[in-house]
Each structure stands twice: as structure tokens, then as C-alpha cells.
Write a protein that binds this ligand. Structure first.
Ligand SMILES: [Zn+2]
Length: 61
């Protein structure tokens, strides 16, 4: 799950590589800016940056 953002509510992750493309499609087709604000386009929950999570985990070791 590295290099992804994750919605804990929907249990879905989106690869960061696809973020730009997906947020562009969402904005242009649906007028939805959720992903640009790193929010889940489905439920609006702020998505978690999995890289940040693993960084914190490593720090704790
Ligand atoms: Zn969600």
C-alpha cells in the first residue's frame, strides 16, 4: 500500500500515480474537486497518505 492514499471508510486505496489523472477526470466530468483536496470522492472522508503512515511507523521502531 505504499505510494497510495487510502480511504478508511470505503477501504479503498488510490495509487498516487493515478491521482492526477483521476482528479482531472473527476473535476472535468463530475465537477468534483474532492481528490484535489485529498478527500474521498465517494464519501468525502479525508484520505490517508500511506507513505506518511509508514514513515511514522518507522520512527517508532
Ligand atoms: Zn471513502
Amino acid at each position: 500500500m505504499e505510494n497510495c492514499i487510502y480511504c478508511p471508510k470505503c477501504d479503498r486505496s488510490i495509487p498516487k500515480d493515478e491521482m492526477e489523472e483521476r482528479s482531472k477526470i473527476l473535476r472535468e466530468v463530475f465537477g468534483n474537486k474532492s481528490l484535489e483536496e485529498r478527500k474521498c470522492p465517494v464519501c468525502g472522508t479525508t484520505m490517508i497518505d500511506m507513505d506518511e503512515v509508514s514513515k511514522h511507523r518507522n520512527k517508532g521502531d
